[in-house]
Design a protein around this ligand. Sequence first.
Ligand SMILES: [Zn+2]
Ligand SMILES: [Zn+2]
Length: 295
Amino acid sequence: MRFSSLHTHSIYCDGTDEIETICRVSFEKGLVSLGFSSHAPLSLCRNTATEIPDTPWHMKAEKLPAYLAEIGEARKRWAGKLDIYSGLEADYIEGFASPAELRRRLPGLDYIIGSVHYIVPSGGAYFAVDGPPEGTERGFREGFGGDGEAFTGKYWDTVEAMIGEGGFDILGHVDILKKNNGEGRFFDPEDARYLRRAGEIAESALKAGIVVEVNTGGINRGRIPETYPSVKILRFFREAGVPALITSDAHRAEDLDGHYYIALQVLREAGYREHVLFQGRRNGKALWKHEALSG
Ligand SMILES: [Zn+2]
Ligand SMILES: [Zn+2]
């Protein structure tokens, strides 16, 4: 089977390795393609007049030209050995930032991963669902009065709104709100309403023509023993007919294909027989090649 790694972080954001190291390790691992997807500068995703404070994990906007230039040079250097693509992981923050805005500003990027890391309680400040657990805990208590259903409902509504606005090609770690949930600290992942909303999201993803990633990043970082999304949620995407992409959300080069064998098991358990490989962008659309899981 052929594999790629399209969800990767480098020294341009919160990853540990340089572009060239990531290329070399991808080649050594036998990957057929590699895409760079640093956390997009928030100022380039911003769709409001309000300033958004910088974070240590997002790329600084002034680094973007060097990032794109370095990827372009690597693409030439590795031509014929490894297909290299330029991407970014863009935040959707309700009322503040969106992948659609980033796409308008950077139409030449090969692909964009759309991710919800933050939710915005009504009348409150946005907070990360996947950051340090204390921050999620505080947002959960202060923003949602400790109501798990309100918390998960807001999360799914946010994912749905992001899909509705569009501008991206890959739906990032779709159930990442479970990252800090432990043994059900905030919500029950088996709850019928929670799962039903996930099913509706899958239908929206199909209509939007995007692919869903099966992301091993939480396992690679030792944060959670399963992929994003879970088998149960991935099954909705399979039933809807949404293509699936295996990714590692690597923040270190050694993790570029980390736990891909688990992603394969999860895909099979969810009923998938194929995964997709990126083939570049044409006429404003991402092209995907479907390949059988067997072999
Ligand atoms: Zn992410
Ligand atoms: Zn990421």
